[in-house]
Design a protein around this ligand. Sequence first.
Ligand code: DQA
Length: 144
Amino acid sequence: LSILVLHGPNLNLLGQREPGIYGSLSLNEINRLLEEQARDLAVNIDFFQSNHEGFLVDKIHDSWGKHQGILINPGAYTHTSVALRDAIAGVNIPTVEVHLSNVYRREEFRHHSYIAPVAVGQISGFGAQSYILGLQALVYHLKS
Ligand code: DQA
């Protein structure tokens, strides 16, 4: 099994960006934790971060035939992007949505996700652990 991890806008700033909300780990450190978890689960894992909606859409299209699952933190595009949602629906690759923060205890505009209806499920609020739990849940889903 091969999993694609997609990080949306501003997640390249993790570690320095609002650490009280998003934690102190950098994106690289989170990716290293995911790599360890992937090794334990015996799956291949690839990473991609972009601040550009269209690049994320392209990457989702490119994953068809290469990856069997997608783990995505769409960042702010969660709350705005019909294009990302349509891309995920279009390739029909099982996708798990994750958020570092608990978006439901934050501003109202973060309560709606365009991605959730096309995702297998969503994990929100556990910091870097959201990614680990998300990867475990995705692999469990793909194997069952
Ligand atoms: C986020 C939550 C989003 O609302 C926000 O725009 C982000 C990060 C999270 O991981 O908690 O950029 O996806």
